[in-house]
Design a protein around this ligand. Structure first.
Ligand code: 5AD
Ligand code: SF4
Length: 438
């Protein structure tokens, strides 16, 4: 028997990249590769990159620099760059790092097996936006057993063109996968042990996939159909745009038991002036009203968000508006970033906020979010929640899982991964909760 070849994939960025990395590993499985945990033993190294903030490309080049030694020890080692930096930089990557054998964009990685076969003998590059559906072209997922949670990409790309964001350029226009294909992939995942699926898309709630009946299905309709899969216990989705939260999706949070009470709904800023300049096409008030409607449908929902501080022309007053919005919403989780100039995007041309001002604002905003996050977590103590057991914890006899609200929960128990437990939360620590089986 021939020895399997070893593949090391390093994934940067969002959950969609995590999903893409899994699919790329599966596709390369057909070429005889198995995944390994370190670059030192690999026959092929693939960096699945992210371009959302500055210095992304620089980070990739310096990471590649670290592989130089490996490549000179092992000339057959294949090195590939995938993802959004590959899309944005293209051939430039091979010019700057000639040891790179393969460059593949996020829309063409179904061609990876053929590309891998040629790589080494020649330089291969593919950053097309092909017509064919890459997910269909990929080999169906192998029937190996899986852990209890999985990502499933249902939508890609974005037509919103927020003034700071590269996604519409690197991932292209919005495309939704047809309903039947999503359902088939979900059933397959469930057959292999998955109990919780997180539907992914850059703009997932803009989903409008072709249904078996010929019509366009909304995300809510897709979720309701997925909820019919018996052994699928939990459904989540991310990331959403406020303008695409339609009535049915809001209602689903109230009446679809399998849809978990957690919603990532980025607002970016609390200042109407900045939101306008960001081209967000919602304002502070419409966002707050939307949160209210969602909380009416599902009172205990945990709201999570994204914030950018120091967007061009953001004044102290604008920043105060953002802080006030955070106070009003009370977030259970949030991701926050200093504005980072992305060449080619409209905001890159505007008057920039000094770096030290951005840093001060970020620190202040993160301190507030951390307080809110902790308070939301502490308020879980005494409550009964569902926990999906994922893996053993660090202590003997301990298992760790995620609550309905996506908090990590430690429990003394001998339940197997994939079990759903009813748990009373008894303590709240810095990063996780402690619970007891009911
Ligand atoms: N600078 C800073 N943050 C950004 N994001 C997207 N583009 C930029 C940028 N140029 C943030 C947004 C988005 C998240 C995925 O990344 O908050 O919601
Ligand atoms: Fe980027 Fe805005 Fe699209 Fe989100 S909605 S991916 S921030 S352009």
């Amino acid at each position: 028997m021939t020895q399997p070849k070893k593949l090391f994939i390093k994934t940067y960025g969002c959950q969609m990249n995590v999903y893409d990395s899994e699919r790329m590993a599966e596709a390369l499985g057909g070429n005889g590769y198995v995944e390994v945990g370190s670059p030192d033993e690999a026959d092929m190294i693939l960096l699945n990159t992210c371009h959302i903030r500055e210095k992304a490309a620089e980070k990739v080049y310096s990471e590649l620099g670290r592989f130089k030694g490996l490549k000179s020890e092992k000339p057959d080692l294949k090195i590939g760059v995938a993802g959004c930096v590959a899309q944005a930089e293209g051939e430039e990557i091979m010019r700057r790092q000639p040891m790179v054998d393969l460059v593949v964009g996020p829309q063409s990685y179904h061609r990876l097996p053929e590309m891998e076969a040629k790589a080494g003998a020649e330089k291969v590059i593919d950053t097309d936006f092909p017509e064919e559906d890459k997910f269909e072209k990929l080999k169906s997922r192998p029937k190996a057993k899986r852990g209890p949670t999985a990502f499933l990409t249902v939508q890609e790309g974005c037509d919103k063109f927020c003034a700071f964001c590269v996604v519409p350029y690197t991932r292209g226009a919005e495309v939704s996968r047809p309903v039947e294909r999503v359902l088939a992939e979900a059933r397959d995942l469930v057959d292999r042990g998955v109990r919780e699926i997180t539907l992914l898309g850059q703009n997932v709630n803009a989903y409008h996939g072709a249904g078996p009946d010929g019509g366009d299905w909304s995300l809510a309709r897709l979720i309701r159909e997925l909820a019919e899969i018996d052994d699928l216990a939990r459904i989540r989705f991310t990331t959403s745009h406020p303008n695409d939260m339609d009535d049915d999706l809001i209602a689903a949070h109230g009446d679809c038991e399998k849809l978990m009470p957690y919603l990532h709904l980025p607002v970016q800023s609390g200042s109407d002036k900045i939101l306008k300049r960001m081209n967000r096409s919602h304002d502070r008030d419409s966002y707050l009203r939307l949160i209210e409607r969602i909380r009416t449908a599902r009172p205990d929902i945990l709201i999570s968000g994204d914030f950018i501080v120091g967007f061009p022309e953001e004044t102290d007053e604008d920043f105060r508006d953002t802080m006030r919005l955070i106070e009003e919403v009370n977030y259970g989780q949030a991701f926050s970033f200093k504005y980072s100039t992305r060449p080619g995007t409209p905001a890159a041309e505007r008057s920039q906020v000094p770096e030290d001002v951005k840093s001060d604002r970020l620190q202040e905003l993160q301190a507030l979010i951390t307080r809110q996050q902790r308070a939301v977590q502490d308020a879980m103590v005494g409550r009964e929640v569902g926990v999906l057991i994922e893996r053993p914890g660090r202590m003997p006899g301990q298992m760790v899982g995620k609550s309905d609200h996506l908090h990590a929960v430690h429990i003394q128990c001998d339940l197997a991964p994939g079990s759903l437990a009813r748990v009373r939360i008894v303590e709240s620590g810095p990063n996780s909760l402690g619970g007891e089986l009911l």
